[in-house]
Write a protein that binds this ligand. Structure first.
Ligand SMILES: O=C(CO)[C@@H](O)[C@H](O)[C@H](O)COP(=O)(O)O
Ligand SMILES: [Fe+2]
Length: 183
């Protein structure tokens, strides 16, 4: 597919080849407050985020995906993506903010960075960095990601250890704190 459309107001990709819906029940152990998450699962199991992708898997190809990250919190921790390394660690990625407000958390070994995202902002995720998005706003946070077709996704080590930082709400604003479960 050589061309496509995205509805910039709703963040809906007209044509896609793959999609994933992550609900609260798909996020067990990702948040600090498992009790709050379990309550949420019992109360309707809301969607945390949706991904719509057009993939071209070969080396040298490019894939792209729209993520719609819903607003909300588990305890005081904002809704976020699982986060991953690329299976091929030396593959970078571009993120482009389309709607709403969020953070992009990136980590390579002990080095951790976070960058605010908003409509029109482009963030480069260099090779070797694990990355996770967090919705710090009140509405949907929508972004476009463009990545090498052969990058792959490695969720295992993030699922096990998380990131060194967590993002919580504190007095109406976001705060980036040390993850007590890191290491
Ligand atoms: O970084 C990429 C692709 O390499 C994004 O398209 C994410 O895949 C998406 O934002 C969902 O996040 P995860 O569940 O994959 O961590
Ligand atoms: Fe990625």
């Amino acid at each position: 597919m050589l061309s496509n459309y995205i509805d910039l107001e709703k963040g809906i990709l007209e044509n896609y080849t793959e999609n994933v819906i992550r609900r609260a029940s798909d996020m067990l152990n990702f948040y600090q407050d498992n009790e709050a998450l379990e309550k949420m699962i019992k109360n309707g199991n809301p969607t945390i985020y949706e991904v719509y992708a057009v993939t071209h898997e070969g080396g040298g190809e490019l894939s792209y995906a729209i993520t719609i990250l819903h607003p909300g919190k588990v305890g005081n921790e904002y809704f976020m993506t699982k986060g991953h390394y690329h299976e091929k660690r030396d593959r970078g990625e571009l993120y482009i903010g389309l709607k709403g407000n969020g953070l992009l958390l990136m980590q390579k070994g002990e080095e951790i960075r976070w960058i605010e995202m908003e409509r029109g902002k482009i963030v480069y995720v260099p090779p070797y960095f694990a990355h996770r998005s967090i919705n710090t706003g009140n509405g949907n946070f929508v972004f476009l990601a463009i990545y090498p077709g052969d990058a792959g996704h490695d969720y295992g080590s993030i699922a096990e250890k998380g990131f060194a930082k967590i993002v919580i709400e504190e007095n109406g604003n976001y705060a980036v704190k040390d993850n007590p479960r890191w290491k």
